[in-house]
Design a protein around this ligand. Structure first.
Ligand code: 3PG
Ligand code: MG
Length: 397
């Protein structure tokens, strides 16, 4: 991986177009989680410190190429201003005369946030004319939106081919963490893959089983693997049409020297709801009328032992129905163990993907992981071994 960073760009007096990901959770018109906002502050501050004018390009939601007041970035400007401690202006369009005037009037020391890129169809179409219109607003381009790098959109792809460009500090951190975790890791490597469905993680399992020594499978998708081994899973979430695929994955992993770690005991309940009465049973003893909602304590011990024996850990997806207490127990315990090993310098731990970050934050373990990605889909695609168009464009700069 070779890409330029902020160290390689001359920023003094320059209009710096910075692609950021401000696709943040909002409730009642207010930002409810500012993780992604805080994550881009170092780049914005550095551009300001070096005398550049930061002009932020971002998307919000999926407005499908048309203006939609529900998906305006306007409410993000005050949240960004509060976090940054410098003035943030907002322009109600991201191209054309409105944007050009806002750029021209931007005083030194201030930041300009442009309206949702996806209000224009040219953004998602990676349209050259739209990319030209964006490029006209700046002198240099910085991509700090790793979490949108799996999209070949005008602001993530075509724009990089039009201006001198570099990765922002967040993009740089994300790429460096992923490289250490999977491209050139210290071995042995363990991976945790959880979540509901095998069908959405096929490429991930296929890629990881060729790259890691131990693959822990958890969450609803573990049930499909248990069923594939002929075990009763009762009324558990299970993809019956994926049993052959699960068996293929296990066979392939064995051939590649990757140990697949499945639950050996499970927490079962009759109802899918918080605090439903539950009990622990061996994985081969799920009652026909019960459903598996978490991995049991022996499984957790086995997972922790796998972490103990590894130098690197990649984590995507929860081990149980973590949003319904107490079925977050296995995820919490394993995450806290990984956090402890990381603190002790025995493990490099990298986690990412929408639910994963929520689960690790809830367990309090996230802050001790070596790196927690801000990305959902982009993290997943990177782990799947796919080329991210936004990263490829930066490498071509
Ligand atoms: C995300 O929230 O994962 C990114 O901002 C990308 O959003 P998208 O899935 O709508 O492209
Ligand atoms: Mg997404």
């Amino acid at each position: 991986m070779t890409f330029k960073t902020l160290d390689d760009l001359d920023l003094r007096g320059k209009r710096v177009l910075i692609r950021v990901d401000l696709n943040v959770p909002m409730q009642d018109g207010r930002v409810s989680d500012d993780t992604r906002i805080r994550a881009v502050l170092p780049t914005i501050r550095e551009v300001l410190d070096k005398g550049g004018k930061p002009i932020l390009l971002a998307h919000f939601g999926r407005p499908k190429g048309k203006p939609n007041p529900q998906m305006s970035l306007a409410p993000v400007a005050p949240a960004l201003e509060a976090a940054l401690g410098a003035p943030v202006r907002f322009a109600p369009d991201c191209v054309g005369p409105v944007a050009a005037q806002a750029v021209a009037e931007l005083p030194e020391g201030a930041v300009l946030l442009l309206e949702n890129l996806r209000f224009h169809p040219g953004e998602e179409a990676n349209d050259p004319a739209f990319a030209d219109a964006l490029a006209a607003l700046g002198d240099v381009y910085v991509n700090d939106a790793f979490s949108a790098a799996h999209r070949a959109h005008a602001s993530t792809e075509a724009l990089a081919r039009r201006l001198p460009c570099a990765a922002g500090r967040l993009m740089q951190k994300e790429l460096e963490a992923l490289e250490k975790a999977l491209a050139r890791p210290e071995r042995p490597v363990a991976a945790v893959v959880g979540g509901a469905k095998v069908s959405t993680k096929l490429d991930l399992l296929g890629n990881l089983s060729g790259r890691v020594e131990r693959l822990v499978i958890g969450g609803g998708m573990a049930n499909t693997f248990l069923a594939a081994q002929g075990l009763e899973v009762g009324r558990s979430l299970c993809e019956r049409d994926m049993l052959d695929t699960a068996r293929d994955i296990m066979r392939e992993a064995a051939g590649r020297g990757c140990e697949i770690i499945l639950p050996i005991d499970v927490v079962v309940a009759e109802e899918f709801k918080a605090h439903a009465p539950s009990r622990v049973v061996p994985a081969e003893a799920c009652p026909a009328d019960a459903m598996i909602l978490d991995a049991g304590p022996q499984s957790v011990a086995r997972i922790c032992a796998a972490f103990d024996a590894s130098r690197t850990l990649v984590w995507n997806g929860p081990l149980g129905a973590f949003e319904l207490p107490p079925f977050n127990a296995a995820t919490d315990a394993a995450a806290r163990h990984a956090a402890r090993l990381t603190r002790e310098g025995r493990l490099l731990s990298v986690a990412g993907g929408g639910d994963t970050v929520a689960a690790l934050n809830a367990s309090g373990a996230a802050q001790d992981f070596s790196y927690v990605s801000t990305a959902g889909g982009a993290f997943l695609e990177w782990l799947e071994g796919k080329t991210l168009p936004g990263v490829a464009a930066l490498e071509a700069c």
